[in-house]
Design a protein around this ligand. Structure first.
Ligand code: HEC
Ligand code: HEC
Length: 373
């Protein structure tokens, strides 16, 4: 019946109108095809080290296999940047413990970011605020920012959302991860949720240090001496004060401190005010979040602006006691460490290298069936 009538109309010269009706029908079928793809996200159980505090995962973004796979795909896909040249992984490279090896990161069009890319190892445990100045509270909020930051991906979310909606794989991946019904349901907040899920899986607890803690390995004599100096553990050895701020298991208290790297006349003079720009308290100027020392051999150059190229330079800084300012933490003070002490400390820091993600195989863009491993 229907076909007959259509053929008649076709002959009656209604071709043009029918053509458009067909286009609309096809278009809406295309969008509805998602409804036929099953969406039952599989809960993912994160393997958490016994000696870590439990990761706080927001109730509205539980980890699922499909959510993590989508986040992983997005993390390595340059689709989010204005000219499709940079992905998150361009500045957070797995083999460098998710840093980029640069003093300060370089964004789209060669623009320099004001700070150094921090490691994303164990970032799911950074519950005292993200970024060097702690200005953002959740990974979900954070993931929205690089895309529109002019010195990073320099895009707009409207453009990024449109690209994801039109992509051959993403609508299906978003459907599987979040049960969206139409491609137009894809938005920045779901993309950010997926990225956050992926980032929460970047847990590192398999360094030699961890194996020694578990009784599965032994420190060499040098490493042991370095460990004792690091944690001020022996009356016979000099103190270093490092362990006050870089405490295990994360090798950071996540606290914000001025560790004396910047020479200033007054607290108002810091080029980068760090925490002070967030809280508005002048006594917070020049304070930055204590970074983890896990994988420190992979994450040079060091500090929020990458000012030290080597660990040797870092030690020379701490041994000198740094530059004075009213708010420098008292644990940063002149140290009596000799050349051998420094060597042993570096031997100990080498035991914090974890190769779990070093040979990370970057997911291809070959289809929708990406699983975690
Ligand atoms: C152009 C380089 C660049 C790109 C691209 C980039 N980042 Fe970053 N990322 C940085 C820098 C630099 C910082 C530190 C900025 C600051 O502290 O102000 C940072 C900080 C972070 C942090 C905070 C980590 C912590 O411990 O506080 C997270 C999480 C993060 N980025 C995730 C991402 C994600 C997800 C993407 C992709 C959507 C991304 N980044 C893209 C350079 C980059
Ligand atoms: C008062 C707390 C404190 C003490 C004590 C301390 N640090 Fe730090 N450390 C910090 C802070 C804060 C930063 C980041 C400063 C910045 O970038 O402006 C930092 C940065 C570092 C970095 C650079 C990490 C990176 O990813 O860029 C290394 C390496 C480091 N510290 C090693 C040590 C060692 C070794 C000792 C002992 C000799 C030590 N720290 C003592 C707070 C401390």
């Amino acid at each position: 019946m229907m076909w007959q009538r259509m053929r008649e109309r076709w002959r009656e010269g209604e071709r043009e109108r029918l053509f458009w009706v067909l286009i609309i029908v096809l278009w809406s079928c295309n969008d509805n095809r998602l409804a036929y793809i099953s969406s039952e996200p599989t809960p993912y159980k994160l393997e958490e080290p016994a000696n870590f505090v439990k990761m706080q995962i927001p109730a509205d973004n539980p980890l699922t296999k499909e959510g993590i796979a989508l986040g992983e795909r997005l993390f390595f896909d340059p689709i989010l940047s204005a000219d499709s040249s940079l992905s998150c992984a361009s500045c957070h490279i797995p083999s460098l413990a998710f840093t980029d090896g640069k003093a300060r990161s370089v964004g789209v069009g060669g623009k320099t970011v004001r700070r150094s890319a921090p490691s994303l190892i164990n970032v799911g445990y950074h519950y005292k605020g993200l970024f060097w100045d702690g200005r953002v509270q959740s990974l979900e909020m954070q993931a929205l920012m690089p895309v529109v930051d002019h010195s990073e991906m320099d895009n707009s979310w409207e453009v990024a959302e449109e690209r994801l909606r039109r992509h051959s794989d993403y609508p299906i991946l978003f459907r599987r991860a979040f049960g969206i019904r139409r491609t137009s349901d894809i938005d920045r907040y779901l993309a950010a949720k997926a990225l956050a899920q992926f980032e929460r899986t970047l847990v590192n607890h398999n360094s030699k240090f961890d194996r020694v803690q578990r009784g599965d390995a032994k420190f060499t004599a040098d490493e042991k001496r370095g460990w004792q100096i690091f944690f001020d553990d022996s009356q016979e050895l000099p103190t270093s004060e490092c362990g006050h701020c870089h405490i295990d298991p994360l090798f950071t208290t996540l606290g914000f401190f001025n560790n004396g790297i910047e020479q200033v006349n007054t607290l108002g003079d810091f080029r980068d005010k760090g925490l002070g720009a967030v809280t508005g308290h002048i006594s917070d100027n020049g304070k930055f979040r204590t970074p983890t020392l896990r994988n420190i051999m992979l994450t040079a150059p060091y500090m929020h602006d990458g000012r030290f190229a080597t660990l040797d330079e870092v030690f020379d800084h701490y041994i000198s006691g740094g530059h004075f300012a009213d708010n420098v933490n008292p644990n940063v003070r002149k140290l009596r460490l000799r050349e051998q002490d420094k060597k042993d400390l570096i031997a100990f820091l080498q035991t914090l290298t974890d190769s779990t993600f070093v040979n990370y195989s970057v997911p291809g863009s070959s289809g929708a069936d990406l699983s975690l491993q």
